[in-house]
Design a protein around this ligand. Structure first.
Ligand SMILES: [Zn+2]
Length: 232
């Protein structure tokens, strides 16, 4: 058990080692903020820049940082093209290392931090896994405002297509039509995902934004379809 935990914490420890090196005594200007301290033993903590980390002295889990970079947290390159297996491996290892069940015997404060970390890790995983939310998050990191509903208005051909699918869904209770529409939406989303990948790779953020707005329309259709198939 101990060995497994050590292995899962490998990445976290690595981050600690790196930042410990950065923390060795050096000339520090008066403007540098004081180093954060361990909530449990008071020892100064190396900065791990929002990564889940444990105090090197007493091993207490520290609280998550205010606005962690989700790509960094999940050990993925900050790009739209994603190594899904790497994301999943990292997700599972963080999930195990930070799971609230592991902290059952620890002080309530630490239990609370493990819950916060766990929900952050879940959020990061979902955000990066889904192409639409991953793209929107990348735009946000690049300071680009997400598209408004009206941004697709110029593309009347696209809007007609969406309208037709909407009408077809509204009129139909037919399982076959549902399946057909589901496949159509899947194909469209895959095409758009490819185009978004290309747009991000040539750094055309405005194009990526437009394409993501189209993906949003299809995502809404997907939700409607799900509700039709399984009325709540
Ligand atoms: Zn400590």
């Amino acid at each position: 058990m101990q060995a497994a935990l050590r292995q899962h914490l490998g990445g976290v420890r690595w981050a600690l080692r790196v930042s410990e090196a950065a923390l060795r005594p050096r000339c520090v200007g008066p403007a540098s903020p004081p180093a954060p301290r361990c909530w449990s033993c008071g020892r100064p903590l190396p900065s791990a820049e929002g990564l889940p980390h444990f105090c090197p002295g007493c091993r207490a889990l520290q609280p998550p940082g205010p606005r962690p970079d989700l790509f960094r947290l999940m050990d993925c390159d900050r790009s739209f093209r994603l190594d899904v297996q790497r994301l999943q491996r990292r997700f599972r290892s963080l999930q195990r290392a930070l799971h609230p069940d592991r902290f059952g015997q620890r002080p309530p404060k630490e239990q609370h931090y493990s819950e916060q970390h766990s929900s952050l890790v879940n959020k990061a995983y979902q955000t990066l896994l889904n192409p639409l939310s991953r793209g929107l998050y990348l735009l946000e990191l690049n300071g680009v405002e997400p598209a408004q509903e009206t941004d697709c208005d110029a593309d009347s051909e696209f809007l007609m297509e969406i309208m037709e699918i909407n009408e077809k869904l509204a009129e139909s209770e037919n399982e076959e039509i549902f399946e057909e529409t589901e496949t159509l939406i899947k194909v469209k989303q895959e095409e758009l995902t490819k185009e978004v990948t290309a747009a991000f790779e040539r750094d055309d953020l405005q194009e990526a934004k437009k394409l993501l707005a189209k993906m949003k329309y299809f995502a809404n259709l997907e939700d409607k379809l799900k509700n039709k198939k399984m009325p709540s």
